[in-house]
Design a protein around this ligand. Structure first.
Ligand code: FAD
Ligand code: EPU
Length: 276
């Protein structure tokens, strides 16, 4: 029985921005697979929704947790539960609503898997991952280790994972509620996202500076529609860079530079950059 499935991929096929070159993908099927896959330099990929990957790809192994780490089906009842890091967040949010469990509504519309959402402390102004996260199970230094959520010191789009750690499971605590109330809250979050583009992107490119909005700053500077190749500042939301078809990482990087050159104070990238 193999513990890993290894193959060559183009990372553009594994990211929502659809940019990025070659890598060796190590799909991990179980804990023994994790040990094998992490025995040489590696990176971990979740749903690839916050990544800008270089056109040349990355030399390290790209480790991905397989369906064995997706526990969406196991989410039936208790409001304090362990879920695998490959569990898709959109499914989790919907399922929690149906079960009358509150706490994840603010994450509606974040196209992550649980591990990536924990690693980034994904969120919106309606709530973030750390609101419900109690504990994580990490694969680190060749073995599994449980760590209290507070030890990750979660902040705005940020969590401090130990070097080389893979989030394998997360324990969430949700609050029993009425499904209709949970749905009403989700509708509110959905409405707040109405101005975001549906075209290929990696979400917001830049972090919001304290007290303001990067999208508003880019918009006010007249940069919507600015384009390099097929990479364009969204016409709908200034902080989204969209791939109109065949954008390369080179196009996207040139566009990021042009945006910041035109602003009085450069913005800080939210995306994780791989291979630069
Ligand atoms: P990836 O993009 O694959 O990886 C992100 C980082 O997490 C990488 O450094 C990776 O190494 C690390 N990582 C992934 N999995 C693991 C793991 N198991 N163990 C250790 N490290 C890991 N984000 C928000 O916060 N709020 C939003 O409202 C939001 N809206 C978005 C809307 C759209 C349309 C898109 C495309 C993106 C949006 N994002 C948003 C960005 C993105 O969804 C989040 O950053 C998310 O947390 C990334 O999760 P992922 O599984 O895709 O991780
Ligand atoms: N605005 C403009 N022009 C634009 C975009 C926004 O004027 O082009 C204005 C809006 O009208 C609003 C303000 O800026 O008054 C804030 O905009 P929005 O409500 O869209 O929120 P945001 O700060 O741009 C943040 C997160 C999103 C998250 C939404 C919803 C960051 C960087 N972005 O966006 O997260 O979905 O709030 O809560 O924190 C992400 O991190 O990838 C992401 C998409």
């Amino acid at each position: 029985m193999p513990h890993v499935d290894v193959r060559q991929v183009q990372l553009r096929d594994l990211t929502t921005l659809k940019v990025g070159g070659a890598a060796e993908l190590w799909d991990v099927l179980d804990e023994a697979g994790l040990r094998e896959a992490t025995a040489a330099p590696f990176r971990v990929i979740g749903a690839g929704s916050n990544l800008l990957v270089a056109d040349a790809g990355v030399p390290e192994r790209v480790v991905r947790l397989s369906r064995a780490f997706n526990d969406i089906g196991a989410m039936r009842g208790p409001h304090d539960l362990w879920l695998g890091a490959a569990t898709p967040l959109p499914g989790l949010v919907r399922r929690a609503q149906r079960l009358g469990l509150s706490g994840l509504e603010g994450l509606l519309g974040v196209p992550a898997v649980l591990g990536g959402a924990v690693a980034m402390n994904a969120g919106t102004r309606f709530g973030e991952m750390s609101d419900t996260l109690q504990e994580v199970e990490l694969f680190v230094n060749g073995g599994l280790e449980r760590v209290e959520a507070a030890a990750l010191r979660p902040g705005y789009r940020h969590a401090e994972l130990p070097d080389g750690a893979v989030v394998v499971r997360a324990r969430l605590r949700l609050s029993p509620s009425d499904p209709l109330r949970v749905q009403a809250r989700m509708d509110e979050v959905d409405a707040a996202r109405a101005g975001q583009p549906k075209i290929k992107s990696a979400g917001c490119a830049f972090k919001n500076p304290p007290g303001s909005s990067a999208g508003q700053i880019i918009d006010a500077a007249g940069l919507k529609g600015l384009r390099v190749g097929d990479a364009m500042v969204s016409l709908e939301h200034g902080n989204f860079i969209v791939n109109l078809g065949n954008a390369t990482a080179r196009d996207v990087c040139a566009l990021l530079t042009r945006i910041n050159e035109r602003l009085p104070v450069p913005l800080e990238l939210e995306w994780r950059r791989w291979g630069f």
